[in-house]
Design a protein around this ligand. Structure first.
Ligand code: NAD
Ligand code: UGA
Length: 469
C-alpha cells in the first residue's frame, strides 16, 4: 500500500512519520510545495527537522529512507498513491466574505482539483486538515465534476495531536476518529491505524459528525482555558488562589483535572481559528446565540492577554518607555518552536506600543520569527527596533534580566521552573518585578530574595495575608 500526504507541516510531518514508523509494510511519501521545508525534513542532521517535537527525530530516523520519503514531486506522489491524506493549512480567511472568521479552504480545494486531474485508479482521500463541516461534500463535487466521483472515496480523519507532545499523542492516542460513508474505505483506513492503535480506540462515525467533532473538541478545550482564566481574575480580586481552585474543581471526576491551568492566554494555530470557524458556521446556519456563546471564549482570551500586559505597565508606574523588560518564552507553549497566535506576541506588542525595550529569551524561537510575528500585529518597525537594540534575542534568562526592570514569563518552558533567583535579582534594577504568566515560578523563593511578584490568579501574599496589587 502507498500513502501520500499533501502538506509537510506540523501535522503532516509527524503524523506520517508515525504511520511509516509503525507500518513498515506501507510506503509513505510526504509532499509539499515548500522546497525549504522538504529539504529540512530530508536533512541528515536531525536537529534541523522543520518541526521541533520531543522524540520526533528518533521516529523519523527509523523510517526515513526505508518507507518514509519527503518530496516536492507532488504530481508523481498523487498518481502513485492508494490513500491520499490532505494535511494542508486551513487558516482563518483574511479577505472577502467571512474574512476574520471563516476557514480559508483554497489550499484544500486546490489539492482536490489536483487529485481530480491526476488520479487514474481507485483511491481514498483522507481529510486530515481541520475543516468546516461539509467540506467532504466539496471534495466529492470536484471529483464528480471530472467523472471520478465513484473511483474516489472521501473520509474524514481529523488529527487531535497537540504540539510539544505530538509523538506521545500519535503513538498512544485517546482515540482515532474516522468518518465516512463507504465501509470498505473506512475499514482500509482502520487497518492502517490498527497496526498500533487498539481497535476499541478507533471510532467510526458518519462524515459530518467526524468533521464537526474536531471543531467541537478544540472549542471545548479552549473553553476550559477561558473558564479558568476568567476565574483567575476573580481570584486576584478576592484572595483565592486559582491553582487551589483548579485543583478543588478538577478533582470532581465529572470535570477532571486537565486543561485547568490558568495562563496569560491560550495560543496556537488552531484554538482561535477553529472557534472562529465554528462561530461562522453557526451564524451561517442561523444560530447567532450559539455563535455568540463560543465567541465569548475568544473575547475572554483576548482580554486575559491584554490584562497581563496592562498589569506589567501599571506595576512599572505606568511608564515603560525605554525600560528594559526581559521576556521569558515566546512560543505558544513549551516544547515547540511554533509561535502562531502565541500570547507572547500580543503581550510584547502592547509593551512595544509603550516603547519598552525587550530582551527575549526562548530556547527554540529565532529573532527573525519574533520580528515577523511582531510585524504581523502592527509593530511595523520591529526590524528597525531590533537593529537599534530595542528588541533583542538573548541566550539565557540571566541575560534577559541584566539591568532589566522586570521579567515576564510567557511560556512554561521547564527551565524557568528552577531559575537562580538571587543571581537574577542581583543583575536587575530595583524594584525588580517578576510577572508569572504561567504560574510556574517559585513565588516564595522569589519573594524571599526581594522580588515583587505577580502570578496569574494568585492575589494572596505568601504569609497568607491578602494583598491587592
Ligand atoms: P502547516 O502550515 O504547518 O503545514 C501545511 C503545509 O501544507 C505547508 O507546508 C504548505 O506549504 C503545504 N501546502 C499547502 N498547499 C499545498 C499544496 N497544494 N500542495 C502541497 N503542499 C501544500 O499546517 P499544520 O499546522 O500542519 O496544519 C495543517 C492542518 O492540520 C490544519 O488544518 C490544522 O488546523 C490542522 N491541525 C493542526 C494541528 C497542529 O498542531 N498544528 C493539530 C491538529 C490539526
Ligand atoms: C490543541 C489541542 O490540544 C489538540 O488536541 C488539537 O489537535 C490542536 O490544538 C489543533 O487542532 O491544532 P495545541 O494547540 O498544539 O493543541 O496545544 P494545547 O496543549 O492544546 O495548548 C493550546 C494553548 O492553550 C497553549 O497556548 C497552552 O499554553 C494553553 N493552555 C493549555 C493553557 O493556557 N492552560 C491549559 O490548562 C492548557
Amino acid at each position: 500500500m502507498k500513502i501520500t500526504c499533501i502538506g509537510a507541516g506540523y501535522v503532516g510531518g509527524p503524523t506520517m512519520a508515525m504511520i511509516a514508523n509503525k507500518c513498515p509494510d506501507i510506503e509513505v511519501t510526504v509532499v509539499d510545495v515548500n522546497e525549504a521545508r522538504i529539504a529540512a525534513w530530508n536533512d541528515p542532521d536531525l536537529s534541523k527537522l522543520p518541526v521541533f517535537e520531543p522524540q520526533l527525530d528518533e521516529v523519523v530516523a527509523e523510517a526515513r529512507g526505508r518507507n518514509l520519503f519527503f518530496s516536492t514531486e507532488v504530481d508523481t506522489a498523487i498518481r502513485e498513491a492508494d490513500i491520499i491524506f490532505i494535511s494542508v493549512n486551513t487558516p482563518t480567511k483574511t479577505y472577502g466574505a467571512g474574512a476574520g472568521q471563516a476557514a480559508d479552504l483554497k489550499w484544500v480545494e486546490r489539492c482536490a482539483r489536483q487529485i481530480a486531474e491526476l488520479v487514474e485508479k481507485d483511491i481514498i482521500i483522507v481529510e486530515k486538515s481541520t475543516v468546516p463541516i461539509r467540506t467532504a461534500a466539496m471534495i466529492k463535487s470536484v471529483l464528480r465534476a471530472v467523472g471520478k466521483g465513484d473511483r474516489v472515496k472521501v473520509l474524514s480523519n481529523p488529527e487531535f495531536l497537540a504540539e510539544g507532545t505530538a509523538v506521545a499523542d500519535l503513538s498512544n492516542p485517546d482515540r482515532v476518529l474516522i468518518g465516512g460513508e463507504d465501509e470498505t474505505a473506512i475499514e482500509t483506513l482502520v487497518s492502517v491505524y490498527a497496526h498500533w492503535v487498539p481497535r476499541e480506540k478507533i471510532l467510526t462515525t458518519n462524515l459530518w459528525s467526524s468533521e464537526l467533532s474536531k471543531l467541537t473538541a478544540n472549542a471545548f478545550l479552549a473553553q476550559r482555558v477561558s473558564s479558568i482564566n476568567s476565574i483567575s481574575a476573580l481570584c486576584e480580586e478576592t484572595g483565592a488562589d486559582v491553582n487551589e481552585v483548579a485543583r478543588a474543581v478538577g478533582t470532581d471526576s465529572r470535570i477532571g483535572p486537565k486543561f485547568l491551568k490558568a495562563s496569560v492566554g491560550f495560543g496556537g494555530s488552531c484554538f482561535q481559528k477553529d472557534i472562529l470557524n465554528l462561530t461562522y458556521l453557526c451564524d451561517y446556519f442561523g444560530l447567532p446565540e450559539v455563535a455568540n456563546y463560543w465567541k465569548s471564549v475568544i473575547e475572554l482570551n483576548d482580554w486575559q492577554k491584554g490584562r497581563f500586559a496592562q498589569k506589567i505597565i501599571a506595576t512599572l508606574f505606568n511608564t515603560i518607555a525605554e525600560k528594559k523588560i526581559g521576556i521569558l518564552g515566546f512560543a505558544f507553549k513549551k516544547n515547540t518552536n511554533d509561535t502562531r497566535e502565541s500570547a507572547a506576541i500580543s503581550v510584547c506588542r502592547d509593551l512595544l506600543i509603550e516603547r519598552a525595550h525587550l530582551a527575549i529569551y526562548d530556547p527554540q524561537v529565532s529573532l527573525d520569527q519574533i520580528i515577523r510575528d511582531l510585524e504581523g500585529v502592527g509593530i511595523s518597525d520591529a526590524a528597525e527596533r531590533a537593529a537599534n537594540g530595542e528588541i533583542t534575542k538573548v541566550a539565557s534568562p540571566l541575560e534577559a534580566a541584566e539591568s532589566a526592570h522586570a521579567l515576564a514569563v510567557l511560556t512554561e518552558w521547564d527551565e524557568f521552573t528552577s531559575l537562580p533567583y538571587q543571581e537574577i535579582f542581583d543583575h536587575m534594577l530595583k524594584p525588580a518585578c517578576l510577572f508569572d504568566g504561567r504560574n510556574i515560578l517559585d513565588a516564595k523563593a522569589a519573594t524571599e530574595v526581594g522580588f515583587e511578584i505577580y502570578s496569574i490568579g494568585r492575589g494572596r501574599s505568601l504569609d497568607g495575608e491578602w494583598q491587592v496589587r
